[in-house]
Design a binder for this molecule. Structure first.
Ligand SMILES: Cc1cc2nc3c(=O)[nH]c(=O)nc-3n(C[C@H](O)[C@H](O)[C@H](O)COP(=O)(O)OP(=O)(O)OC[C@H]3O[C@@H](n4cnc5c(N)ncnc54)[C@H](O)[C@@H]3O)c2cc1C
Length: 344
């Protein structure tokens, strides 16, 4: 399969239609996918909405090919593999995926519960909402000369290493992403050049050392001044000190970081601190039956890690189950009691 989570079927409602579920999850990153699983385990129907066309949040968008070493129970797991497993784990509960669409507004519905409007039309009606929106809206930093070639050779991340096989690839930036991608692409690209405007790299010193030792051309105190090509990117011009040079480039990856903000969620009436949604120990926000989990939420001492997001998700979904079905137990039954019935 080409993309992470390609097995997911997404069906956007027509502009005048609505999806009715017990729980709407905003964000299909690891925390959102696991919240959907935990809600399904409690017998709650679920819709998962994400602006991106694929599930997996930051993992799918920024590092699908990287190994992750600190997820409990996995000595090592590749990003795309973790996402595929999360999608597979929730599949028996048949969540309604609404991908490639942004949740724009949250308003109390005329009946009990909440209505979420989706950009491009359609809405979700849910008894409870779990916001798992991670960094919120993130916009890649760029350079003016790159914009005309966006999607035509210029990209802001590397969803599939393979597509760069045999290409001349230029990577712009000096942080971890720039150096990691350079190292990952070096064995399969025809030529990898890293262009960084400073003399020192911000990336981890060990990776920087590996980059200098690898078959990678490194240009420091340098900047891209021009992109050229008929239709697609073919070559670029670089100024390095007093020197001007022209390099062939069928691909340029700008790893210059992202500008993030809450996006539409900022207008939903939630209590926010430092761009994060404030929650209590049950992951409840200030709005009734609206919870927040993962990197978007804030409580004292929270650590922004995938494993912590999983814990948030389990807490939120089980509290939602009690809030929606008063009298039910907070602790779910043990999954071991279900045997293999939960495998797709
Ligand atoms: C390069 C890199 C390496 C990392 N390595 C590790 C690691 O080794 N271990 C680790 O634990 N963590 C790591 N992290 C951090 C980890 O990826 C995050 O903590 C994790 O992805 C947060 O998960 P999340 O589900 O809370 O949010 P995200 O993964 O950010 O997903 C949130 C989703 O919500 C969507 N969204 C936002 N607003 C809306 C809206 N209004 N409507 C619809 N959708 C919306 C976004 O499109 C996004 O897909 C790394 C991060 C980076 C960038």
């Amino acid at each position: 399969m080409d993309h992470v989570g390609d097995q997911v079927e997404t069906a956007l409602p027509d502009s005048d239609k609505r999806v009715d579920v017990d729980v709407a999850v905003v964000g299909a990153g690891p925390a959102g996918l696991y919240a959907a699983y935990c809600a399904g385990f409690r017998g709650l129907s679920c819709a998962v909405v994400d602006s991106l066309p694929h599930p997996g949040g930051q993992i799918s968008a920024l590092y699908p090919e990287k190994n992750i070493y600190d997820v409990a129970g996995h000595a090592v797991v590749r990003g795309r593999e973790l996402v595929d497993n999360l999608v597979r784990q929730v599949a028996p509960f048949e969540p309604h995926y609404l991908l490639g669409t942004t949740a724009t507004s949250l308003t109390p519905s005329q009946e009990a519960g909440w209505t979420i409007e989706l950009d491009g039309g359609g809405r979700i009606h849910a008894q409870a909402v779990v916001i798992a929106a991670g960094l919120g809206r993130s916009t890649p930093r760029t350079l003016d000369c790159l914009r005309p070639y966006e999607g035509r050779g210029v990209a802001y991340h590397v969803p599939r290493l393979e597509e760069h096989r045999g290409r001349d690839v230029v990577i712009v930036g000096g942080g971890d992403s720039a150096v990691d991608w350079a190292l990952a692409l070096a064995p399969l690209a025809r030529c990898v050049t890293v262009v960084h405007r400073r003399s020192e790299f911000r990336a981890h010193p060990h990776s920087v050392k590996q980059m200098y030792a690898a078959d990678i051309r490194v240009l420091t105190d340098a900047r891209v001044t021009e992109c050229n090509g008929a239709g697609r990117l073919e070559d670029i011009r670089i100024r390095a000190g007093d020197e001007e040079m022209k390099l062939p480039a069928q691909a340029l990856v700008a790893a210059l970081g992202f500008i993030t903000n809450l996006g539409p969620i900022g207008g939903w009436g939630l209590t926010v601190e430092n761009h994060r949604i404030v929650v209590d120990r049950a992951m409840r926000t200030n709005l009734p039956r609206v919870y927040a989990v993962g990197d978007i939420c804030h409580y004292e001492g929270r650590v922004p890690l995938i494993s912590v997001g999983f814990g948030d998700a389990a807490t939120a979904a089980n509290h939602a189950a009690v809030d929606l079905r008063p009298g039910s137990r907070l602790a779910p039954e043990h999954s071991t009691d279900r045997d293999t019935a939960l495998l797709p």
